[in-house]
Write a protein that binds this ligand. Structure first.
Ligand code: MN3
Length: 216
């Protein structure tokens, strides 16, 4: 079952920790192997474990994570942090690939041009969102309920699904700008990490998500 379908229908208690479809070193030199290993096996695993622990034995374990995130204001903060953390990282691993980079094509490329003027203008907006997010958080490309693309950033493990965010919609591309995502290789140079990210973006996966989340 792919990631998207899994989150649309799976109860939190039945969620599986996702597999990584490439080696830890596969994204080098853009993202180094040790960062990937620690990020995936320690940080993401901890969000996942804490998510399951926080709902265990409660009615919440029978909820679908996406529904919880969309109404996160009604739920305990542990779900916002760990449910968001699990969702965000699960997306993050899939929208990167050793054979990534380049430009989007097809319907997504057209939508980006229509929404932002050009791919370059979109990248500049996204880069700014990633670079100016103060402290820990994420930059996003999302699609809203009017099928419009938007660029945003969120603090901590929030994401555009959450009712607490300003730009509400479904994320189709996300960049983790927590220091744990880049500090070993880039230290304080977040802009260099943001720039390098474009070399590993899996545009096929981003477009798949974009098409799947368009509202009829
Ligand atoms: Mn992270």
């Amino acid at each position: 079952m792919n990631y998207i379908t899994q989150y649309m229908s799976t109860k939190i208690k039945d969620l599986q920790f996702p597999s990584l479809n490439y080696d830890f070193g596969a994204l080098e030199p853009h993202i180094d192997a040790l960062t990937m290993e620690i990020h995936y096996t320690k940080h993401h695993q901890a969000y996942f474990n804490n998510l399951l622990a926080s709902v265990k034995g409660t009615d919440l374990e029978n909820m679908v994570l996406e529904d919880v995130l969309k109404n996160i204001n009604n739920y305990p903060v542990a779900l916002r942090n760990n449910g968001g953390g699990h969702f965000n990282h699960s997306l993050f691993w899939t929208i990167m690939s050793p054979s990534g980079g380049g430009k989007p094509c097809g319907d997504l490329a057209n939508a980006i041009d229509q929404s932002f003027g050009s791919f370059e203008e979109f990248k500049e907006l996204f880069n700014n969102a990633a670079k100016t997010r103060f402290g820990s958080g994420w930059a996003w490309l999302g699609v809203n309920s009017d099928n419009k693309l938007f660029v945003s950033s969120t603090p901590n493990q929030d994401n555009p699904l959450m009712d607490v965010t300003e730009n509400n919609g479904t994320p189709v591309l996300g960049l983790d700008v927590w220091e744990h995502a880049y500090y070993l290789n880039y230290q304080n140079r977040r802009p260099d990490y943001v720039q390098a990210f474009w070399n590993v973006v899996n545009w096929e996966e981003v477009e798949k998500r974009y098409l799947e989340f368009l509202v009829d």
